[in-house]
Unconditional design. Structure first.
Ligand code: BES
Ligand code: MN
Ligand code: MN
Length: 456
């Protein structure tokens, strides 16, 4: 059990912890934009210097794109080892005009810190550094061995991470891994996540005539790439909300009875969700509840679309090209690789004559379900109760984190704790992303508690 002196130390340092998080949030470490390559490195160095200050042996590892930060602090070889993972990269902040305060100038309003990366994942990851700092301040050593792995490529699907894990398998060995990169069930209802959806993300490019054409001179004799594209997209889903790709559902495992009952017992507020989203009606696959659809059922979405003329006024033109970004969320036991080939085959079969079509995989991740029957899970329940003053609920989440599968697949790690400190309405990937300061504080307390529980 965490000593009260450590919790008191955390309480007394609240403001300083907030200031330091703001320094982290000021770095625009957007992994997908190549013009931010130096900011990404600055964020990695920021994390590295913090970890070193805690007494960790740590270094940067270069990859083809953004550096990984890895460090470890050994107490005794007899003690268990906890592997902490986080990501210091963030999503692009656009649309900028929607932000009340600029995305990389953190601002405090209504008990929250607002900035890109506040909840995803800088704020949540930083709770680990501050909790360990408080423990070191009070007792001068950690109660167990800790390894920390922080990457700058999570938001681009972690392309360098699996090879890194394979290469450093022995060094990275641990009994338990922990990630805080999701959320509570709702603000004030803490949770342990035992499932994540996977992802398969594509770009579709259609090419018709060699150049944009006068639609009067050539209209009626060529296939219009935008028309072709939208027809293809239309056919990807059925009117009942299911995905129309043949074989798409073959490997989906059904929700079990106990699981549906447990989900139904969660304090889900459908009206609050609708009003947060600003829509009159939720949609989706028939026969499944909202929570089931958003966490445990697969789906398909068009993420972006382009082509032709969309400027001011009118231009009578048949475009030469059109394109779209399309992604699918996957659930156990769907496999990203198989879904990719089903998608490509289907999309090609839908392409009309007179256009050329290209479907390119951008990235993805496999879905995951985690065993709840582990001492580490009991320890996390206890720690969350100490940190948040409430027992956690169990839930599945709809987002994806590529490393979670690789913990087991590559490192052979059986216990992965997904402990989201954020709130679902924190606006991850949206404008005005935020992190509740009370969640930040409770998260730090919960981490300090976790490190003092029996994890194995
Ligand atoms: N932190 C999220 C994943 C997440 C979101 C987990 C909500 C649980 C609940 C992560 O940073 C993320 O955004 N992942 C990407 C996937 C990646 C392969 C690009 C995602 O889910 O779109
Ligand atoms: Mn994240
Ligand atoms: Mn994210």
């Amino acid at each position: 059990m965490v000593p009260a002196t450590i919790l008191a130390r955390i309480d007394s340092q609240k403001q300083r912890y907030i200031n330091e998080l703001q320094d982290f949030l000021r770095i625009p470490s957007i992994s997908t934009y190549s013009q931010h390559i130096r900011d990404i490195r600055r964020a990695a160095e920021f994390v590295l210097s913090h970890i070193r200050k805690l007494g960790f042996q740590a270094s940067l590892h270069e990859t083809e794109r953004h550096p990984l930060v890895y460090g470890h602090l050994q107490t005794s070889p007899e003690d268990p080892t906890l592997l902490v993972y986080g990501h210091y990269d963030v999503q692009p902040p656009e649309p900028l005009e929607e932000w009340i305060s600029p995305p990389f100038e953190p601002a405090i309003r209504d008990g929250c810190v607002y900035a890109r990366g506040a909840t995803d994942d800088k704020g949540q990851f930083f709770t680990y550094l501050k909790a360990m700092e408080a423990i070191m301040d009070v007792r001068g050593s950690l109660p167990l061995n800790v390894k920390i792995l922080v990457e700058g490529e999570e938001e681009i699907a972690s392309p360098s991470l699996k090879p890194f894990l394979e290469k450093h398998k022995t060094e990275l060995s641990a009994q338990v891994a922990v990630i805080s990169d999701g959320s509570q069930f709702a603000h004030g209802i803490p949770a342990i996540t035992y499932g994540l959806r996977g992802l398969s993300y594509f770009q579709i490019d259609l090419t018709g005539p060699r150049i944009d054409l006068h639609s009067g001179i050539f209209g009626g004799i060529v296939t219009n790439p935008i028309q072709a594209l939208t027809e293809i997209l239309y056919h990807l889903k059925n009117p009942d909300g299911t995905v129309a790709i043949p074989g798409f559902y073959d490997d989906v495992i059904d929700l079990e009875k106990w699981e549906r009952e447990e989900m139904a017992s969660l304090p889900h507020d459908e009206d609050a969700l609708r009003s947060y989203l600003g829509i009159d009606e939720l949609a989706g696959e028939r026969g499944y509840t909202t929570l089931e659809r958003k966490t445990a059922r697969p789906t398909l979405d068009v993420n972006g679309i382009w082509g032709g003329f969309s400027g001011e006024g009118a231009k009578t033109v048949i475009p030469s090209r059109a394109g779209a970004k399309v992604s699918m969320r996957l659930v156990p036991n769907q496999k990203q690789r198989r879904i990719e080939s089903l998608f490509v085959d289907f999309v090609k079969s839908l392409a009309p004559r007179g256009v050329r079509i290209k479907a390119t995989t951008l990235h993805g991740a496999d879905p995951v379900l985690i065993s709840r029957d582990k001492p580490g899970i009991r320890a996390a329940e206890q720690a969350i109760e100490i940190g948040f003053g409430k027992k956690p609920v169990f839930l599945r989440e709809g987002g994806s984190i590529p490393i979670v599968n690789w913990f087991k697949e590559v490192l052979g790690l059986e216990t992965v704790l997904l402990l989201g400190w954020g709130s679902p309405d924190d606006g991850a990937h949206s404008p005005n992303e935020r992190f509740h300061l009370d969640d930040y504080h409770r998260g730090i307390r919960a981490v300090a508690a976790l490190l003092h529980e029996d994890l194995v």
